[in-house]
Design a protein around this ligand. Structure first.
Ligand SMILES: Cc1cc2nc3c(=O)[nH]c(=O)nc-3n(C[C@H](O)[C@H](O)[C@H](O)COP(=O)(O)OP(=O)(O)OC[C@H]3O[C@@H](n4cnc5c(N)ncnc54)[C@H](O)[C@@H]3O)c2cc1C
Length: 416
Protein backbone atom coordinates (compact mmCIF):
# COMPACT_ATOMS: atom_id res chain seq x y z
CA UNK A 1 0.00 0.00 0.00
CA UNK A 2 1.19 3.41 -0.92
CA UNK A 3 2.48 5.76 1.73
CA UNK A 4 2.18 9.42 0.82
CA UNK A 5 4.14 12.04 2.69
CA UNK A 6 4.54 15.74 2.18
CA UNK A 7 2.04 18.37 1.04
CA UNK A 8 -0.69 17.10 -1.27
CA UNK A 9 -4.02 18.37 -2.55
CA UNK A 10 -6.75 15.74 -2.94
CA UNK A 11 -10.54 15.73 -3.05
CA UNK A 12 -11.66 13.37 -0.29
CA UNK A 13 -9.83 12.26 2.85
CA UNK A 14 -11.22 9.57 5.13
CA UNK A 15 -9.77 9.47 8.65
CA UNK A 16 -9.87 5.92 10.05
CA UNK A 17 -10.19 2.51 8.39
CA UNK A 18 -12.89 0.87 10.49
CA UNK A 19 -16.21 -0.30 9.00
CA UNK A 20 -17.36 3.33 8.64
CA UNK A 21 -14.26 4.62 6.85
CA UNK A 22 -13.78 1.57 4.64
CA UNK A 23 -17.47 1.52 3.64
CA UNK A 24 -17.30 5.21 2.74
CA UNK A 25 -14.26 4.58 0.53
CA UNK A 26 -15.84 1.49 -1.08
CA UNK A 27 -19.19 3.20 -1.80
CA UNK A 28 -17.34 6.22 -3.24
CA UNK A 29 -15.28 3.91 -5.46
CA UNK A 30 -18.50 2.32 -6.75
CA UNK A 31 -19.48 5.81 -7.91
CA UNK A 32 -16.09 6.34 -9.57
CA UNK A 33 -14.95 8.77 -6.85
CA UNK A 34 -11.44 8.37 -5.48
CA UNK A 35 -10.44 8.88 -1.86
CA UNK A 36 -7.45 8.69 0.47
CA UNK A 37 -8.01 6.52 3.54
CA UNK A 38 -5.67 7.21 6.46
CA UNK A 39 -5.35 4.68 9.29
CA UNK A 40 -3.20 4.91 12.41
CA UNK A 41 -2.71 1.14 12.75
CA UNK A 42 -1.42 -1.42 10.27
CA UNK A 43 -3.73 -4.20 9.10
CA UNK A 44 -4.59 -6.76 10.22
CA UNK A 45 -5.39 -4.89 13.44
CA UNK A 46 -7.51 -5.67 16.53
CA UNK A 47 -10.63 -3.76 17.53
CA UNK A 48 -12.32 -4.19 20.90
CA UNK A 49 -15.84 -5.35 20.12
CA UNK A 50 -18.41 -8.04 20.91
CA UNK A 51 -17.75 -9.37 17.38
CA UNK A 52 -21.48 -9.90 16.69
CA UNK A 53 -22.58 -8.98 13.17
CA UNK A 54 -26.30 -8.54 12.57
CA UNK A 55 -28.25 -8.98 9.35
CA UNK A 56 -27.86 -5.21 8.82
CA UNK A 57 -24.10 -5.71 8.40
CA UNK A 58 -24.62 -8.57 5.96
CA UNK A 59 -26.99 -6.47 3.86
CA UNK A 60 -24.40 -3.66 3.76
CA UNK A 61 -21.73 -6.13 2.60
CA UNK A 62 -24.12 -7.30 -0.08
CA UNK A 63 -24.59 -3.70 -1.26
CA UNK A 64 -20.83 -3.20 -1.53
CA UNK A 65 -20.20 -6.49 -3.31
CA UNK A 66 -22.35 -9.66 -2.96
CA UNK A 67 -19.16 -11.71 -3.21
CA UNK A 68 -18.11 -10.29 0.19
CA UNK A 69 -20.96 -12.23 1.83
CA UNK A 70 -19.72 -15.49 0.30
CA UNK A 71 -16.18 -14.68 1.37
CA UNK A 72 -17.35 -13.96 4.92
CA UNK A 73 -19.30 -17.23 5.07
CA UNK A 74 -16.21 -19.23 4.11
CA UNK A 75 -13.80 -17.63 6.59
CA UNK A 76 -12.70 -20.24 9.16
CA UNK A 77 -12.92 -17.70 12.00
CA UNK A 78 -16.64 -16.98 11.60
CA UNK A 79 -19.61 -18.68 13.19
CA UNK A 80 -23.10 -18.33 11.69
CA UNK A 81 -25.56 -17.12 14.32
CA UNK A 82 -29.30 -17.63 14.20
CA UNK A 83 -30.66 -15.63 17.10
CA UNK A 84 -30.37 -14.03 20.50
CA UNK A 85 -31.05 -15.20 24.09
CA UNK A 86 -31.85 -12.80 26.91
CA UNK A 87 -31.33 -14.04 30.47
CA UNK A 88 -33.37 -12.23 33.12
CA UNK A 89 -31.85 -11.67 36.59
CA UNK A 90 -33.66 -14.83 37.78
CA UNK A 91 -31.87 -16.65 34.88
CA UNK A 92 -35.09 -17.41 33.06
CA UNK A 93 -34.30 -16.98 29.40
CA UNK A 94 -36.10 -16.00 26.26
CA UNK A 95 -34.71 -17.22 22.92
CA UNK A 96 -35.50 -15.10 19.88
CA UNK A 97 -34.47 -16.50 16.48
CA UNK A 98 -33.51 -13.97 13.81
CA UNK A 99 -35.49 -14.19 10.60
CA UNK A 100 -33.92 -13.90 7.18
CA UNK A 101 -36.88 -13.44 4.89
CA UNK A 102 -34.93 -12.14 1.86
CA UNK A 103 -32.10 -14.69 1.83
CA UNK A 104 -33.49 -17.72 3.72
CA UNK A 105 -30.53 -19.93 2.74
CA UNK A 106 -27.98 -17.58 4.30
CA UNK A 107 -27.29 -17.38 8.05
CA UNK A 108 -28.97 -14.22 9.36
CA UNK A 109 -25.99 -13.15 11.48
CA UNK A 110 -22.34 -14.01 12.14
CA UNK A 111 -19.87 -13.84 14.97
CA UNK A 112 -16.31 -13.18 13.89
CA UNK A 113 -13.37 -11.49 15.55
CA UNK A 114 -13.07 -7.94 14.29
CA UNK A 115 -9.43 -8.49 13.39
CA UNK A 116 -10.72 -10.93 10.73
CA UNK A 117 -13.84 -9.02 9.69
CA UNK A 118 -12.08 -5.67 9.26
CA UNK A 119 -9.32 -7.44 7.33
CA UNK A 120 -11.94 -8.83 4.93
CA UNK A 121 -13.06 -5.25 4.26
CA UNK A 122 -9.46 -4.07 3.91
CA UNK A 123 -8.81 -6.77 1.29
CA UNK A 124 -11.78 -5.40 -0.66
CA UNK A 125 -10.45 -1.84 -0.27
CA UNK A 126 -7.02 -2.95 -1.54
CA UNK A 127 -8.63 -4.22 -4.75
CA UNK A 128 -9.96 -0.75 -5.61
CA UNK A 129 -7.52 1.40 -7.60
CA UNK A 130 -9.55 4.51 -6.70
CA UNK A 131 -8.77 4.13 -2.99
CA UNK A 132 -5.34 5.17 -1.78
CA UNK A 133 -4.59 3.69 1.65
CA UNK A 134 -2.07 5.19 4.05
CA UNK A 135 -1.52 2.97 7.09
CA UNK A 136 0.49 3.55 10.25
CA UNK A 137 -0.16 7.31 10.20
CA UNK A 138 -2.05 8.96 13.08
CA UNK A 139 -3.87 12.14 12.21
CA UNK A 140 -3.45 14.72 14.95
CA UNK A 141 -5.02 17.94 13.74
CA UNK A 142 -7.92 19.10 11.59
CA UNK A 143 -8.25 22.71 10.43
CA UNK A 144 -10.33 24.27 7.74
CA UNK A 145 -10.66 27.50 5.85
CA UNK A 146 -13.28 28.65 3.39
CA UNK A 147 -12.01 26.45 0.57
CA UNK A 148 -10.65 23.32 2.13
CA UNK A 149 -9.92 21.15 5.11
CA UNK A 150 -6.34 20.41 6.15
CA UNK A 151 -5.20 17.40 8.17
CA UNK A 152 -1.79 16.94 9.76
CA UNK A 153 -0.32 13.80 11.30
CA UNK A 154 1.41 13.48 14.67
CA UNK A 155 4.90 13.88 13.17
CA UNK A 156 3.99 16.94 11.14
CA UNK A 157 5.47 15.20 8.06
CA UNK A 158 2.10 14.57 6.48
CA UNK A 159 -0.12 17.50 5.64
CA UNK A 160 -3.00 16.95 3.26
CA UNK A 161 -5.74 19.26 2.13
CA UNK A 162 -9.05 18.23 0.61
CA UNK A 163 -12.52 19.42 -0.27
CA UNK A 164 -14.12 17.03 2.21
CA UNK A 165 -12.95 15.10 5.26
CA UNK A 166 -14.89 12.07 6.45
CA UNK A 167 -14.24 11.59 10.15
CA UNK A 168 -14.35 7.84 10.71
CA UNK A 169 -11.89 7.64 13.58
CA UNK A 170 -14.21 5.79 15.95
CA UNK A 171 -14.90 6.36 19.62
CA UNK A 172 -11.62 7.95 20.66
CA UNK A 173 -12.87 11.48 20.04
CA UNK A 174 -9.35 12.97 19.99
CA UNK A 175 -9.51 13.94 16.34
CA UNK A 176 -13.08 15.19 16.72
CA UNK A 177 -11.80 17.45 19.51
CA UNK A 178 -9.16 19.09 17.28
CA UNK A 179 -11.90 19.83 14.76
CA UNK A 180 -13.82 21.51 17.65
CA UNK A 181 -16.62 18.97 17.41
CA UNK A 182 -18.87 18.79 20.47
CA UNK A 183 -17.50 16.64 23.34
CA UNK A 184 -19.45 13.49 24.18
CA UNK A 185 -21.80 13.44 27.14
CA UNK A 186 -21.12 10.42 29.46
CA UNK A 187 -24.91 9.94 29.68
CA UNK A 188 -24.84 9.09 25.99
CA UNK A 189 -21.80 6.86 26.05
CA UNK A 190 -21.18 3.37 27.42
CA UNK A 191 -17.99 1.67 28.53
CA UNK A 192 -17.39 -1.95 27.60
CA UNK A 193 -14.79 -4.62 28.24
CA UNK A 194 -14.16 -7.86 26.41
CA UNK A 195 -12.08 -10.98 26.92
CA UNK A 196 -11.70 -14.11 24.77
CA UNK A 197 -12.29 -17.52 26.35
CA UNK A 198 -12.05 -21.16 25.34
CA UNK A 199 -14.08 -24.07 26.67
CA UNK A 200 -17.34 -22.21 27.40
CA UNK A 201 -20.29 -24.62 27.41
CA UNK A 202 -24.05 -24.16 27.18
CA UNK A 203 -23.99 -22.55 23.72
CA UNK A 204 -27.38 -22.55 21.99
CA UNK A 205 -27.50 -24.98 19.04
CA UNK A 206 -28.11 -22.03 16.69
CA UNK A 207 -25.07 -20.16 18.11
CA UNK A 208 -27.38 -17.53 19.60
CA UNK A 209 -25.67 -14.51 21.16
CA UNK A 210 -26.38 -14.40 24.91
CA UNK A 211 -27.13 -11.30 27.00
CA UNK A 212 -27.21 -11.60 30.79
CA UNK A 213 -29.01 -9.03 32.91
CA UNK A 214 -27.84 -9.33 36.52
CA UNK A 215 -29.63 -7.52 39.36
CA UNK A 216 -26.46 -5.99 40.80
CA UNK A 217 -25.35 -4.67 37.39
CA UNK A 218 -28.54 -3.28 35.83
CA UNK A 219 -28.94 -1.34 33.57
CA UNK A 220 -25.66 -2.85 32.29
CA UNK A 221 -25.32 -6.39 31.06
CA UNK A 222 -22.86 -9.17 30.36
CA UNK A 223 -22.61 -10.97 27.03
CA UNK A 224 -21.32 -14.35 25.90
CA UNK A 225 -21.00 -14.56 22.11
CA UNK A 226 -19.81 -17.99 20.85
CA UNK A 227 -16.89 -18.29 18.45
CA UNK A 228 -15.70 -21.32 16.45
CA UNK A 229 -13.99 -24.20 18.27
CA UNK A 230 -15.61 -23.60 21.67
CA UNK A 231 -14.30 -20.05 21.86
CA UNK A 232 -16.31 -17.10 23.12
CA UNK A 233 -16.21 -13.33 23.24
CA UNK A 234 -17.25 -12.42 26.79
CA UNK A 235 -17.85 -8.88 27.93
CA UNK A 236 -19.69 -6.39 30.06
CA UNK A 237 -20.99 -2.92 29.31
CA UNK A 238 -22.85 -0.12 31.08
CA UNK A 239 -23.53 3.59 30.57
CA UNK A 240 -20.40 5.55 31.45
CA UNK A 241 -22.13 8.03 33.80
CA UNK A 242 -23.62 5.13 35.83
CA UNK A 243 -20.28 3.32 35.92
CA UNK A 244 -18.66 6.45 37.37
CA UNK A 245 -21.47 7.21 39.80
CA UNK A 246 -21.47 3.69 41.25
CA UNK A 247 -17.66 3.51 41.14
CA UNK A 248 -17.89 0.09 39.49
CA UNK A 249 -14.91 -1.75 38.01
CA UNK A 250 -16.11 -3.69 34.98
CA UNK A 251 -13.34 -6.27 35.29
CA UNK A 252 -14.46 -7.03 38.85
CA UNK A 253 -18.14 -7.16 37.87
CA UNK A 254 -17.42 -9.66 35.10
CA UNK A 255 -15.00 -11.84 37.06
CA UNK A 256 -17.37 -12.00 40.06
CA UNK A 257 -20.36 -12.86 37.87
CA UNK A 258 -18.50 -15.74 36.18
CA UNK A 259 -17.72 -17.20 39.62
CA UNK A 260 -20.76 -16.30 41.73
CA UNK A 261 -23.69 -16.57 39.35
CA UNK A 262 -24.56 -20.31 39.43
CA UNK A 263 -25.72 -20.39 35.79
CA UNK A 264 -22.60 -18.63 34.47
CA UNK A 265 -20.31 -20.55 36.85
CA UNK A 266 -21.60 -23.79 35.34
CA UNK A 267 -20.97 -22.55 31.79
CA UNK A 268 -17.47 -21.37 32.68
CA UNK A 269 -16.36 -24.21 34.96
CA UNK A 270 -13.98 -25.63 32.32
CA UNK A 271 -13.33 -22.36 30.50
CA UNK A 272 -10.06 -20.49 30.42
CA UNK A 273 -9.26 -16.97 29.26
CA UNK A 274 -7.09 -16.78 26.16
CA UNK A 275 -6.62 -13.01 26.12
CA UNK A 276 -6.36 -10.15 28.54
CA UNK A 277 -9.32 -7.87 29.30
CA UNK A 278 -9.56 -4.81 27.07
CA UNK A 279 -11.83 -1.79 27.47
CA UNK A 280 -13.21 0.75 25.00
CA UNK A 281 -16.00 3.31 24.68
CA UNK A 282 -19.31 3.05 22.85
CA UNK A 283 -20.71 6.43 21.71
CA UNK A 284 -24.45 5.83 21.82
CA UNK A 285 -27.02 7.21 19.42
CA UNK A 286 -29.37 8.24 22.24
CA UNK A 287 -29.07 11.96 21.46
CA UNK A 288 -29.03 13.81 18.17
CA UNK A 289 -25.77 15.67 17.57
CA UNK A 290 -24.47 17.79 14.67
CA UNK A 291 -23.02 15.34 12.13
CA UNK A 292 -21.31 17.74 9.76
CA UNK A 293 -19.76 21.17 9.34
CA UNK A 294 -17.66 23.09 6.84
CA UNK A 295 -15.81 20.47 4.73
CA UNK A 296 -16.45 17.53 7.04
CA UNK A 297 -18.91 14.71 7.78
CA UNK A 298 -18.95 12.37 10.79
CA UNK A 299 -19.58 8.64 10.32
CA UNK A 300 -19.89 5.54 12.53
CA UNK A 301 -18.76 5.87 16.14
CA UNK A 302 -17.33 9.31 15.42
CA UNK A 303 -20.99 10.25 14.76
CA UNK A 304 -22.30 8.40 17.88
CA UNK A 305 -24.49 5.94 16.02
CA UNK A 306 -24.31 2.86 18.31
CA UNK A 307 -27.64 1.25 19.23
CA UNK A 308 -28.20 2.34 22.88
CA UNK A 309 -29.75 -1.01 23.89
CA UNK A 310 -27.81 -3.71 22.04
CA UNK A 311 -24.47 -1.90 21.68
CA UNK A 312 -24.42 -2.78 17.99
CA UNK A 313 -22.52 -0.26 15.90
CA UNK A 314 -20.98 -2.00 12.89
CA UNK A 315 -24.15 -1.95 10.75
CA UNK A 316 -24.88 1.73 11.37
CA UNK A 317 -21.20 2.57 10.82
CA UNK A 318 -21.33 0.89 7.41
CA UNK A 319 -24.65 2.48 6.50
CA UNK A 320 -23.34 5.93 7.48
CA UNK A 321 -20.45 5.22 5.08
CA UNK A 322 -23.01 4.62 2.37
CA UNK A 323 -24.84 7.85 3.30
CA UNK A 324 -21.57 9.83 3.32
CA UNK A 325 -20.73 8.57 -0.19
CA UNK A 326 -24.21 9.55 -1.43
CA UNK A 327 -23.81 13.03 0.05
CA UNK A 328 -20.27 13.52 -1.26
CA UNK A 329 -21.44 12.71 -4.78
CA UNK A 330 -24.07 15.47 -4.46
CA UNK A 331 -21.51 17.88 -2.97
CA UNK A 332 -19.10 17.32 -5.86
CA UNK A 333 -21.89 17.88 -8.40
CA UNK A 334 -22.99 21.09 -6.66
CA UNK A 335 -19.38 22.09 -5.83
CA UNK A 336 -20.61 22.83 -2.31
CA UNK A 337 -18.77 21.52 0.77
CA UNK A 338 -19.93 24.12 3.30
CA UNK A 339 -21.78 23.51 6.57
CA UNK A 340 -25.13 24.73 5.23
CA UNK A 341 -25.00 22.27 2.33
CA UNK A 342 -23.72 19.43 4.51
CA UNK A 343 -26.75 19.74 6.83
CA UNK A 344 -28.59 17.54 4.30
CA UNK A 345 -26.31 14.72 5.42
CA UNK A 346 -27.45 15.10 9.08
CA UNK A 347 -31.08 15.00 7.98
CA UNK A 348 -30.51 11.94 5.79
CA UNK A 349 -28.79 10.00 8.59
CA UNK A 350 -31.40 10.75 11.25
CA UNK A 351 -34.32 10.22 8.87
CA UNK A 352 -33.14 6.65 8.38
CA UNK A 353 -31.77 5.81 11.84
CA UNK A 354 -33.44 7.99 14.46
CA UNK A 355 -36.67 5.98 14.94
CA UNK A 356 -34.75 2.84 15.72
CA UNK A 357 -32.20 4.65 17.89
CA UNK A 358 -35.03 6.33 19.83
CA UNK A 359 -36.83 3.00 20.41
CA UNK A 360 -33.61 1.43 21.64
CA UNK A 361 -33.00 4.40 23.94
CA UNK A 362 -36.44 3.81 25.39
CA UNK A 363 -35.67 0.13 26.06
CA UNK A 364 -32.29 1.10 27.55
CA UNK A 365 -34.17 3.41 29.96
CA UNK A 366 -36.65 0.67 30.86
CA UNK A 367 -33.71 -1.41 32.10
CA UNK A 368 -32.92 1.50 34.42
CA UNK A 369 -35.93 0.39 36.46
CA UNK A 370 -34.86 -3.08 37.64
CA UNK A 371 -38.21 -4.01 39.17
CA UNK A 372 -40.18 -3.11 36.06
CA UNK A 373 -37.59 -4.86 33.86
CA UNK A 374 -37.67 -8.04 35.99
CA UNK A 375 -41.44 -8.03 35.87
CA UNK A 376 -41.51 -7.64 32.07
CA UNK A 377 -38.90 -10.39 31.63
CA UNK A 378 -40.85 -12.75 33.93
CA UNK A 379 -44.00 -12.16 31.92
CA UNK A 380 -42.18 -12.75 28.63
CA UNK A 381 -40.37 -15.92 29.70
CA UNK A 382 -43.70 -17.38 30.88
CA UNK A 383 -45.69 -16.63 27.75
CA UNK A 384 -45.15 -18.14 24.27
CA UNK A 385 -47.35 -15.59 22.48
CA UNK A 386 -45.35 -12.72 23.91
CA UNK A 387 -42.15 -14.39 22.76
CA UNK A 388 -43.59 -14.62 19.24
CA UNK A 389 -44.38 -10.88 19.31
CA UNK A 390 -40.80 -10.18 20.37
CA UNK A 391 -39.45 -12.28 17.49
CA UNK A 392 -41.46 -10.06 15.15
CA UNK A 393 -40.07 -6.98 16.92
CA UNK A 394 -36.46 -7.95 16.23
CA UNK A 395 -36.68 -7.01 12.58
CA UNK A 396 -39.86 -4.99 12.41
CA UNK A 397 -39.50 -1.44 13.60
CA UNK A 398 -43.25 -0.77 13.73
CA UNK A 399 -43.73 -3.86 15.93
CA UNK A 400 -40.86 -2.80 18.17
CA UNK A 401 -42.48 0.59 18.67
CA UNK A 402 -45.10 -1.21 20.77
CA UNK A 403 -42.47 -1.59 23.49
CA UNK A 404 -42.48 2.17 23.91
CA UNK A 405 -46.26 2.35 24.40
CA UNK A 406 -47.84 2.24 27.83
CA UNK A 407 -50.64 0.08 26.37
CA UNK A 408 -48.12 -2.77 25.87
CA UNK A 409 -47.47 -2.86 29.64
CA UNK A 410 -51.14 -2.53 30.51
CA UNK A 411 -51.81 -5.58 28.33
CA UNK A 412 -48.97 -7.41 30.10
CA UNK A 413 -50.81 -6.83 33.39
CA UNK A 414 -53.65 -8.94 32.08
CA UNK A 415 -51.40 -11.85 31.02
CA UNK A 416 -50.58 -14.86 33.16
C1 LIG B 1 -16.84 -3.62 24.06
C2 LIG B 1 -17.56 -3.35 22.79
C3 LIG B 1 -18.42 -4.31 22.26
C4 LIG B 1 -19.07 -4.07 21.04
N1 LIG B 1 -19.83 -5.07 20.47
C5 LIG B 1 -20.40 -4.90 19.26
C6 LIG B 1 -21.03 -5.97 18.59
O1 LIG B 1 -21.05 -7.12 19.05
N2 LIG B 1 -21.61 -5.73 17.38
C7 LIG B 1 -21.57 -4.49 16.80
O2 LIG B 1 -22.14 -4.32 15.71
N3 LIG B 1 -20.93 -3.47 17.41
C8 LIG B 1 -20.33 -3.64 18.60
N4 LIG B 1 -19.61 -2.62 19.17
C9 LIG B 1 -19.54 -1.32 18.48
C10 LIG B 1 -18.58 -1.38 17.29
O3 LIG B 1 -17.33 -1.88 17.70
C11 LIG B 1 -18.40 0.02 16.68
O4 LIG B 1 -19.66 0.63 16.56
C12 LIG B 1 -17.74 -0.02 15.30
O5 LIG B 1 -16.44 -0.52 15.37
C13 LIG B 1 -17.73 1.39 14.69
O6 LIG B 1 -16.99 1.41 13.49
P1 LIG B 1 -16.18 2.73 13.09
O7 LIG B 1 -15.59 2.45 11.77
O8 LIG B 1 -17.01 3.92 13.29
O9 LIG B 1 -15.02 2.84 14.20
P2 LIG B 1 -13.81 1.84 14.50
O10 LIG B 1 -14.16 0.46 14.19
O11 LIG B 1 -13.37 2.17 15.89
O12 LIG B 1 -12.67 2.30 13.49
C14 LIG B 1 -12.02 3.53 13.63
C15 LIG B 1 -10.67 3.43 12.94
O13 LIG B 1 -10.04 4.72 12.98
C16 LIG B 1 -8.66 4.55 13.33
N5 LIG B 1 -8.24 5.82 13.94
C17 LIG B 1 -8.61 6.33 15.15
N6 LIG B 1 -8.03 7.52 15.35
C18 LIG B 1 -7.29 7.77 14.25
C19 LIG B 1 -6.44 8.86 13.90
N7 LIG B 1 -6.25 9.91 14.71
N8 LIG B 1 -5.80 8.80 12.70
C20 LIG B 1 -5.97 7.73 11.86
N9 LIG B 1 -6.75 6.68 12.17
C21 LIG B 1 -7.39 6.70 13.35
C22 LIG B 1 -8.67 3.38 14.28
O14 LIG B 1 -7.40 2.76 14.40
C23 LIG B 1 -9.71 2.47 13.64
O15 LIG B 1 -9.13 1.59 12.70
C24 LIG B 1 -18.92 -2.82 20.38
C25 LIG B 1 -18.07 -1.85 20.92
C26 LIG B 1 -17.37 -2.11 22.10
C27 LIG B 1 -16.43 -1.07 22.64
Amino acid sequence: MERVLGDQRIEIIIAGAGPAGMSTALFLAKKGIGSTLIEKDTFPREKICGDGLSGWVISMLRRINPDLVTRLQTLPGQLPSYGVRFFAPNMKSVSLPYRNAKFPDDPPGHIIKRIDFDNLLMEEVARQPLIKVIQGVTLARVEHNQDEVIVTDTTGNLRLSAKMLVMASGASGKLNATAKIEKRDPKHQATGIRQYFEGVTGVHEGNFVDFYFLDEFLPGYLWVFPLPGGGANVGAGIRTDILKKRKLTLKQVMEQALINNPHLAERFKNARPVSGISAWNLPLGSKKIPLSGDHYLLTGDAASLIDPFTGEGVGNAMWSGFAAAEHIEKAITANRFDAAFNKQYDRYIYKKLWKELRNSTWIQRLINFPRLFNWVMNKITANDDLQKSLILMIDNLEERKKLTKISFYIRLLGRK
